[in-house]
Design a protein around this ligand. Structure first.
Ligand code: FE2
Ligand code: FE2
Length: 292
């Protein structure tokens, strides 16, 4: 199979199982390198893009089974979009170096694992994929992504970057309610997302003119109304960005960045959970069941 055939398979098959097909380990050489920008993926009816707004359950409701399932449904949707969008980038930017495209394939494979983890765990909570409408927030950025560097700035540095905060926040929230199994899933995914942002950082650094600062280059790659705010979670955990290879200066400027949408989260809720700035790793999960 060629990279482009695999990418098309993930985007154009409407069967969810097809989108979860792991990549082959050997690839045939690519012969056609014309860019192809697929406007939207094929999906089964219950997974199609929807403009119906569904709010993610509040953190303080994560002691309830349905709220837990619906939260994971939101995350599963992000994973599905990530699988499709990395496939999209392979087709849209075929002139990218092979190692970049193989990096995208590795990311796809890990996003497929994440999606399976969420599907299984939400089923434990009585929720099936497609039970609530699926938004397409990541896909909305696609028309504006003109280069592999712009793709990386939005997908990896911003969305996957924000997910570093979110996976930590939710690991801690699930642990707060003693759901260690889900907390562990969140940390497992966190560890992979660190690698994804790192891969993104390599594409970013390769594309950056040597005379330019990281932050200035990042800002040339994202386009209003998309702002650096999208690169952060409800709370910002600088240590996670350090793990993924961002420079101290970039991290500082990202932390300081604010716009009119900043600060809309209910800080009281966050205070209740007493989230510290500490970062949970797979190796030092503070989960009591591991000691059993
Ligand atoms: Fe993921
Ligand atoms: Fe990812």
């Amino acid at each position: 199979m060629k990279l482009s055939e695999y990418a098309k398979h993930l985007l154009l098959s409407s069967d969810l199982e097809d989108k979860l097909l792991p990549p082959p380990s050997v690839w045939q050489e690519e012969t056609d390198v014309r860019p192809l920008r697929i406007e939207k993926p094929n999906r089964a009816d219950n997974l199609k893009f929807s403009d119906v707004k569904t709010k993610i359950p509040r953190l303080e409701h994560l002691n309830q089974t349905t709220a837990k399932g619906l939260t994971l449904h939101h995350f599963a949707n992000h994973e599905l979009m990530a699988i499709e969008l990395f496939a999209w980038a392979i087709l849209a930017f075929p002139e990218s170096p092979l190692r970049v495209k193989l990096g995208f394939i590795k990311t796809i494979q890990e996003e497929q694992t994440h999606l399976r983890l969420y599907l299984k765990r939400m089923n434990d909570f009585g929720i099936s994929f497609g039970d609530i409408p699926l938004n397409y927030i990541f896909w909305k950025q696609v028309p504006k992504l003109g280069s592999v560097e712009e793709f990386t700035a939005v997908l990896s540095l911003s969305f996957e970057g924000a997910n570093l905060d979110y996976s930590q926040i939710y690991a801690k929230a699930f642990a707060h309610f003693e759901d260690w199994e889900t907390a562990e899933i969140m940390i497992r995914i966190f560890e992979d997302e660190v690698k994804h942002v790192k891969r993104g950082m390599r594409v970013f650094q390769n594309g950056k003119p040597s005379s330019m600062e990281d932050w200035d280059y990042y800002k040339t790659l994202i386009h209003f109304p998309f702002t650096p705010r999208r690169a952060k979670g409800y709370i910002f955990l600088p240590e996670t960005r350090k793990l993924s290879g961002m420079s101290d200066e970039f991290i500082r400027l990202l932390e300081e960045y604010e716009d009119e949408y900043s600060g809309r989260v209910n800080l009281k809720t966050l205070e209740r959970f007493q989230f510290g700035a500490d970062v949970w790793r797979k190796s030092d999960l503070p989960l009591p069941h591991q000691a059993e």
